[in-house]
Design a binder for this molecule. Structure first.
Ligand SMILES: [Cu+2]
Length: 65
């Protein structure tokens, strides 16, 4: 399932990697595409939205939508 999150707090490539890693921790098969300028994180994953959002938030980034 393709899911899009609006995530604030990503300021550099390291942040993108951290968010990607957080998602892959809950779903190693996940496909992640990040557009940092737009605060958009697109995830192709079988995991429910809440699980993915929680993983991103626990990494220290704000999921605002
Ligand atoms: Cu960063």
């Amino acid at each position: 399932m393709n899911q899009t999150f609006t995530v604030t707090g990503m300021t550099c490539g390291h942040c993108e990697k951290a968010v990607t890693q957080a998602i892959k921790t809950v779903d190693p098969q996940a496909q992640v595409h990040i557009d940092r300028q737009q605060n958009q994180v697109e995830v192709e994953s079988v995991q429910p939205r809440d699980t993915l959002a929680k993983a991103i938030a626990e990494e220290g980034y704000s999921v605002v939508g």
